[in-house]
Design a protein around this ligand. Structure first.
Ligand SMILES: NC(=O)CC[C@H](N)C(=O)O
Length: 632
């Protein structure tokens, strides 16, 4: 990925179903859960580097004993930071109290972080600040065990302001405008309600106050609370939560936009944002890690009873395809094949652009995520060559000498590592003019492998703003002196903002949008921009269900090719000598390669929730009025 886009978060939840002694006996440590959580978070570090957090709950403690621990960090290496804090604390407790060493009961009683229920989170902020206060898990504390709520999520709601106002309307006074707090307070409100109702009922049934507590835990219907809390959420989410007494849940949005996977056996219940994380950390096969259905929650009661429950009526499934193209780790068995397929499907267009001249073409990729689609692309080049070789051999009948056949067979795709990332250079100096020069060196190139007669094909997973391509990659590649530079994007053109967790909230930064504006200007059709603006303005304040995406009209008069060609022009500076061509994946191919993740609003403008149309409407108004604020 050449453009750095902020995105995503990762969640990890572990519930140990057996007493801690069991893990000590079987795996040699009562810190089994903490260790597994460390691995699960580390294996998801790709999903968030703004901060990381960990929370745990001990079950069945006595009043007066601490049972909730939490640690959060926004250090450079936040995961390592929190676990070194956790380790230091555990080690110092054991050093000071040697009697804890082999006594699980004492460990549980006195050492923080150890517990049966653990929640981890890695964050890329999409809303609010990047201070440590914004790092998940969030805590809502209360003297009543059941009312303690700990929340962490991978989410973005399009209507978080409205949800915030709802809280104020019911008389609450949220202390901060952070989306996670708003969502947590929504759940907390209905949790409080449910707890008081059960308490009243129990007293009516004749139970004493002290007898009520365990019975509340038993009777509490987490699904019902979530149903009431999530009723008006519009967005993409995988929300995880723990209740003080030991219940836990993860709820996935009704369109399945954000991912969530789980695994359960008689020892553990595990939930994570990506499947291979669970496979690797718990050493379980692909088939045993199950995707949580959209609109469903996995709820584990303190008793260990597990339920997969429908909370919200599922919408048409629109799982985010960007997860497959770029975000999730490519080690997932399905994602790996899908990325290769994306590379393969692009090949016909590439062959056309190089006029089948594989002999004078070098193939390469932009590190690191585009590597897999590159393999797919090369598979297809090989097939193409084999076909060509067979053809030559067959037309030569039997008259070809062995040497000639050897020569024909010796043609291979020319693969070179061209772009190398020099990560450390990023964001060193921010002053604008000197910055361009620095950006130009974010990537380095390999010299001496390109001839002046060569085409240079380089695959990237997506092109969002195109800044790094323009300022760095294309210029650097041009220094190698190829005849033609062909940048291939395994994703289609990104035309619309995202509002479900990827931080692409404004339109004018998208190179596809700028290309369309340019085309409108050149064709004397710029009046369409004013027309779309008027249509957008007319939709402000109307019910989300009635809002249409008029921004599509900006693109309507042009073919994909026209927009791609304009993007090629925009990304190639005058100083660049080679001819530059950019090839994008057609949306139909994306669907073919990733058949389960058909969420494609950033490419098509078809938003899966009504709030999405409101966001794109607002994004256009912001662009037109020169307003830099976020559209949600
Ligand atoms: N990427 C995410 O899922 C972010 C979660 C949440 N919106 C935050 O900003 O903290």
């Amino acid at each position: 990925m050449s453009d750095a886009i902020k995105h995503e978060c990762g969640i990890a939840l572990i519930r140990l179903l057996k007493p801690l002694e069991y893990y000590k006996e079987k795996y040699g440590s009562a810190f089994y859960g903490v260790n597994k959580m460390y691995l699960m978070m580390e294996k998801q570090h790709n999903r968030g580097q703004d901060g990381a957090g960990f929370a745990s709950i001990k079950l069945d403690t006595n009043p007066g004993e601490r049972y909730i621990s939490r640690v959060r960090s926004i250090a450079q290496q936040p995961i390592q930071d929190i676990f070194s804090q956790i380790n230091d604390r555990i080690n110092s407790e054991i050093a000071q109290n040697p009697e804890y060493q082999n006594d699980v009961e004492l460990q549980k009683k006195h050492i923080p972080y150890i517990g049966e229920l653990l929640l981890g989170h890695v964050r890329y902020g999409t809303f609010g600040k990047n201070s440590v206060e914004s790092v998940h898990p969030f805590l809502r504390q209360n003297n009543w065990m059941h009312r303690n709520l700990i929340v962490a999520g991978n989410f973005n709601m399009t209507n978080v302001n409205e949800l915030f106002d709802n809280l104020v309307e019911i008389g609450q006074h949220p202390k901060e405008k952070a989306d996670t707090i708003t969502v947590m307070e929504k759940i907390g409100h209905f949790l409080d309600d449910a707890v008081s109702k059960i308490y009243r009922d129990l007293k009516k049934e004749g139970y004493s106050k002290i007898e009520c507590s365990p019975l509340i835990a038993e009777r509490l219907k987490v699904g019902k609370i979530l149903k009431r809390a999530a009723k008006n959420w519009d967005g993409g989410y995988a929300m995880a939560g723990l209740l003080g007494h030991g219940d836990s849940f993860v709820l996935r949005d009704p369109a399945g936009i954000r991912p969530a996977y789980y695994y359960k056996d008689d020892e553990v219940v595990v939930v994570a944002s990506e499947r291979p994380v669970i496979q690797t950390v718990f050493n379980v096969p692909f088939e045993e890690v199950i995707e949580l259905d959209p609109g469903h929650a996995i709820i584990t009661k303190k008793s260990g009873h597990i339920q997969i429950k429908k909370i919200l009526e599922p919408l048409e499934r629109k799982a985010c395809s960007f997860e497959r193209i770029y975000f999730s780790r490519g080690s997932d068995a399905e994602i790996y094949q899908e990325r290769k397929e994306l590379g393969r499907l692009l090949m016909p267009k590439v062959l056309e652009a190089i006029e089948n001249d594989t002999r004078n073409t070098v193939f390469s990729y932009i590190p690191n995520t585009a590597e897999t689609s590159f393999y797919g692309m090369i598979d297809t080049v090989e097939e193409h060559l084999n076909h060509k070789k067979t053809q030559v051999i067959l037309t030569g009948k039997r008259s070809l000498s062995a040497d000639k056949v050897e020569e024909i067979l010796s043609e291979r795709p020319r693969i070179e590592k061209i772009a190398i990332k020099d990560v450390k250079l990023r964001t060193f100096i921010t002053e604008d003019s000197s910055r361009d020069d620095l950006v130009a060196h974010v990537y380095d190139v390999t010299y001496g492998v390109i001839k002046p007669t060569d085409n240079l094909v380089i695959i990237d997973d997506s092109i969002v703003r195109g800044t790094t391509l323009k300022k760095s990659i294309i210029k650097m590649m041009d220094r190698l002196g190829p005849k033609k530079i062909i940048v291939v994007s395994s994703a289609p053109q990104i035309r619309y903002p995202d509002c479900y967790g990827i931080d692409m909230a404004n339109l004018e930064s998208l190179v596809a949008f700028r290309a369309a504006l340019e085309l409108l200007k050149e064709n004397n059709q710029y009046n369409i921009v004013d027309e779309v603006y008027n249509k957008c303005i007319n939709q402000v304040g109307i019910n989300d269900n009635n809002v249409k995406n008029y921004v599509k009209e900006i693109y309507n008069n042009f073919t994909d090719e026209q927009i791609s060609d304009k993007i090629s022009e925009l990304l190639s500076e005058d100083s660049v000598k080679a001819e530059v061509k950019i090839i994008f994946q057609p949306v139909a191919n994306l669907h073919k390669a990733c058949p389960k993740n058909l969420g494609d609003w950033y490419f098509t403008g078809d938003y899966p929730t009504p709030g999405g149309n409101r966001v794109v409407n607002k994004a256009f108004i912001n662009f037109y009025e020169g307003n830099k604020e976020r559209a949600y």
